[in-house]
Design a protein around this ligand. Sequence first.
Ligand code: TRP
Length: 464
Amino acid sequence: MASPRGQWSGKLGFILAATGSAIGLGNLWKFPYITYENNGGAFVLVYFASVAIVGIPIMVAEILMGRKSERSPVAAFQALAQGKPGGQAWSLVGFLGVLAGFTILSYYSVVAGWTIHYILMSTSGKLAYLAQDPVALQNHFGNEFLASGSKQVFYHLLFMGLTTAAVFAGVQKGIERVAKVLMPALFLILITLVIYSSTTSGFGDAMAFIFKPDFGSLTLASTLEAMGNAFFSLSLGMGAMLTYGSYMGRDISIPKSALQISLLDTLIALMACVIMFSIINTSGIAVSKSSTILFTTIPTVFAKLPAASFFNLIFYLLIGFAALTSTISLLEVVSSYAIDNLGWSRHRAVATMAIAIGAFGTLSALSLGANSTLSSINFIGKGSTEGVFGTMDYLATNWFLPVGGLLIALFAGWIMNPRETRSELEDGHGEMRGYSVWQFLIRFVTPIAVAAIIVSVILGKEYN
Ligand code: TRP
């Protein structure tokens, strides 16, 4: 049956699109800098554990709910909760997801837009020139670029335009096609940069920093931060994976896909750390504000190389590509709500939502321009409530995603019938050996771990 909702062409299309959603600023920007702040080693291990006990179980739950209902979050909860305890109230979890997608995309695309500015500065050679003097580059980034409201709005809207074009074209012809071009390019660029960093003198120290655990430096706050970032990085808690799962055929194994997506996402976060720490170590530049490494420190190191502009270009293309496949998934969730629940055509849904999010996002863009200094950029869940940008980020990463994730885990673990979940996971693939492990995690371990994040947010102890 040809589904009017669209479908992936096959396993590769699904895996690349879902991995594309997962890999983004969360991996390439946030993970390296929080790893840096939390002293590497032990933090990385805690992150692995979070992916295993919180991330993978929720990803399995989301994909299975999407494929079973063949609907996006709101309609999926409506269909799956029928006749179950709580009934239609569960659809509020779907709405929370749509709200989270709306909110995250509105400020995420502001940061994503920066990559376009950096790509253009790379091709013109301006970035390599500015970066010869670290202070000049910092001035440009902080005082000229961030402080310019019109530039912030312009690049934000440009990035929204690219995102809209892809989602507008449909699941297979747009989202999947873009992922099939950008993801291989992204892997190639990452591998090139890892090879380059392995030739630098800072590589050995970087590897030791990332892989030698020092448990003495681990705190409860850093444990919770690792867990929170696993959520964001794997695109969980708002139904993005659920929506992508709803376009997935029954010939694809859900548990295997969830494992593959999570492993790729984690591997790439580690590669980003290797690249960035090698470069920073080699440069000997003191990092004062680790959250701005990406836009201030990296080009100053590349500036010393003969092919500075080439390295600048592939580096910011990498980040731009990663961000684009993520913004696409965010817009898809919001749009598919209007398609499934309001009966709108894809074109009408995507255009309307994109305009609404673009308009709302200008507030975030302007809030940076109005009151930003380098030090106030605390992107993604750092608990900063400064400006519209900081507030949206705070709400989404500290509240919407954990609460959504907790409720998704409870629904899949306790409300859905084990017979239903098992048959969806095993459908066409024989008995799933890990089923009882998944069930135990999603019923007990995952909810408790996510509840701990929420409690820490309530107590205001998060991320400090
Ligand atoms: N995972 C992406 C990143 O690491 C961001 C993202 C895309 C996201 N879709 C999402 C985060 C859905 C949470 C929910 O940058």
